[in-house]
Design a protein around this ligand. Structure first.
Ligand SMILES: O=P(O)(O)OC[C@H]1O[C@H](OP(=O)(O)OP(=O)(O)O)[C@H](O)[C@@H]1O
Ligand SMILES: Nc1nc2[nH]cnc2c(=O)[nH]1
Length: 181
């Protein structure tokens, strides 16, 4: 049903699983003898976080934070607000922030700075999608699933007006979807 609104699939379900395996293996190797704390940024991170952690073979924990950037429809336009904070301390923890997408870089910069300020021993970022052409602030995630062009994408956690987060792939919407009331 939802697929009728999709113009093109950019990353399909099998690719997402392969990406998650690769990133999970890399994280497992890089964090040997550490017990990283993975922090997922709601709401978009959930499908990716759920897939990724299956492939991390370490004593690790995960926690969730909710961060909202203000959007003008399909554009990220500004401020970042923490709408659900962590319940635990990050002091001396090796933190990995899990994101569905890094676009302007605003969200990730705010969260990374906050966690370092709170005393995290290290903070790295794993993102399913990286959109470097969207940056308004410099940021290079350590673990990147796929680099995508400057397009508004939906699916696998990413929404348009709250919908499409539940598709098992990442795609681009048909123009007609934006023209609906
Ligand atoms: O690099 P940026 O331009 O800051 O954009 C990236 C952020 O935008 C989206 O979150 P959003 O604020 O839309 O919240 P959501 O996860 O609930 O969809 C996405 O999940 C990232 O967290
Ligand atoms: N759904 C969605 N949210 C975003 N937030 C920042 N970039 C994007 C994007 O391309 N799609």
């Amino acid at each position: 049903m939802l697929e009728k609104d999709i113009e093109r699939i950019l990353v399909d379900q099998d690719e997402i699983i392969e990406i998650s395996k690769r990133l999970g293996k890399q994280i497992t190797e890089d964090y040997q003898n550490k017990k990283p704390l993975i922090i997922g940024l709601l709401n978009g991170c959930l499908p990716f976080l759920a897939e990724l952690i299956k492939h991390i073979d370490l004593y690790c924990e995960y926690e969730l934070m909710s961060v909202q950037s203000y959007h003008g429809g399909t554009k990220s336009v500004g401020n970042v607000k923490i709408t659900k904070d962590l319940d635990i301390s990050v002091e001396n923890r090796h933190v990995i922030i899990a994101e569905d997408i890094v676009d302007t870089g605003r969200t990730i910069n705010v969260v990374k700075d906050l966690l370092l300020y709170r005393g995290a021993a290290s903070v790295e970022v794993v993102t399913l999608l990286d959109k470097p052409a969207g940056r308004v602030e410099p940021f290079i995630p350590k673990y990147i699933g796929v680099t995508i062009p400057k397009l508004f994408v939906v699916g696998f956690g990413l929404d348009y007006e709250g919908f499409y987060r539940n598709t098992p792939y990442v795609g681009i919407l048909k123009e007609s979807v934006y023209n609906k009331d």
